[in-house]
Design a protein around this ligand. Structure first.
Ligand code: ATP
Ligand code: SF4
Ligand code: MG
Length: 345
């Protein structure tokens, strides 16, 4: 089976195009990434306060690595993911991909990099155009890259096979497939141009539990076989534990803890991480009986009016006076980075 895309020889040497060999270093490097949305208008026409959905996010990702991104609803996971693949323009900060700053590249300048940065969405059916056949859906990104229609169709059939679909069904429409199959189409589309990074935004949340495991297995196999790196966004901490090498925990637009999966799950250092993980059932029955659930008070505050100091302080069981006034920065603690004045078990 051919899995490596053959790039067209018509690629223009455009702004930001890769001319020399890629430098060594992280595949993706994100620094101080920030997204401020204008406030929404009320019924009276007044605009609300701006929403700082993502506030100074920084991390590196190596080729072939999976970073899990977790946190409560509204903490900025999707906004971060969409900025990484440049579906959203960051307000400030930088995104360096394969050694090149892609933060402010125009759509034309982005074109040589676009094929390496792909996204898989939560709801497979709504992310696939219902009026397009599978052939069209998978071929489109290839045609944009300059492939001939014949080569693109042949590759689309190969990709269907690779993701466990029947290539003979290439001329069917998305509604003729189940949710799990439709997500396989979305994954095949994301693989069409042989990307190096896939941002998967809740890729299994909309699927039945039995199908979730199949899609997770497929994504793991593709990572091994194709050397993909993933930013894997999910609510389900068990799924994140399974797929990730490292995990970043977000709260109100910021990363509050980031580190190797095992260390982070076994001894979470940030009180918010501890609370999140305390809700995850444990497979060992004895450990499950001892599990203490930390219930957080209240809902997360609005990113339009974040609390001063540590934004977690109104809900934190360990909060002290300093937490109300001084914002804790990410610092090394117990072999990972933690943004807390009082990290620890
Ligand atoms: N286009 C927009 N305009 C204004 N505010 C927005 C916009 N998109 C997102 N937001 C706000 O930004 C914050 C972060 O949203 P985001 O969708 O990134 O969160 P999330 O972590 O992905 O949540 P979920 O787990 O529910 O998917 C939320 O407060 C959201 O209401
Ligand atoms: S800085 Fe203070 S309020 Fe914030 S998480 Fe740490 S202990 Fe809690
Ligand atoms: Mg989201």
């Amino acid at each position: 089976m051919t899995v490596e895309a053959r790039p067209p020889d018509t690629t223009a040497r455009a702004e930001g195009a890769a001319a020399d060999p890629a430098p060594s270093g992280p595949l993706l490097s994100v620094r101080d990434l920030t997204m401020t949305f204008p406030g929404r208008r009320s019924a009276s026409g007044r605009r609300g306060a701006p929403v700082r959905a993502v506030d100074g996010v920084s991390f590196d990702l190596a080729a072939g690595e999976t970073l899990g991104l977790v946190g409560e609803s509204g903490c900025g996971k999707s906004t971060t993911g969409r900025m990484l693949v440049r579906l959203l323009e960051p307000t400030s900060g930088s995104i360096t991909f394969d050694g090149r700053d892609i933060t402010r590249l125009s759509q034309r300048g982005l074109r040589p990099h676009r094929r390496h940065l792909q996204m898989v969405f939560q709801d497979p059916h709504s992310s696939l155009n219902p009026r397009q056949t599978v052939a069209r859906i998978i071929c489109d990104p290839l045609l944009v890259q300059g492939w001939s229609a014949t080569d693109a169709r042949r590759r689309a059939a190969e990709l269907m096979d690779l993701v466990g679909l029947i290539p003979e069904q290439i001329d069917r429409y998305p509604h003729e497939f189940s949710g799990g199959q439709a997500q396989r189409i979305g994954i095949a589309r994301s693989l069409a141009t042989s990307p190096r990074l896939i941002v998967a935004d809740e890729p299994v949340s909309a699927l039945d539990v039995s199908v979730q495991a199949q899609i997770v297995n497929l994504m793991e196999r593709l990572r091994r076989e194709l050397g993909l790196a993933y930013v894997f966004i999910a609510h389900d901490l068990s799924v994140v534990k399974r797929v990730s090498d490292r995990v970043a925990v977000m709260y109100l637009g910021r990363i509050v803890e980031i580190g190797e999966k095992r260390a982070l799950y076994e001894s979470p250092q940030h009180p918010y991480t501890r609370a999140l993980l305390s809700a995850v059932p444990l497979p060992d029955p004895a450990a499950e009986r001892r599990r203490e659930r930390i219930v957080l008070l209240g809902d997360p505050p609005s990113p339009a009016a974040p609390p001063p100091g540590c934004t977690f302080h109104p809900r934190c069981p360990k909060a002290q006076e300093v937490c109300r006034t001084e914002r804790p920065l990410l610092r090394i603690a117990a072999s990972r980075e933690v943004a807390c004045h009082f990290p620890g078990d």
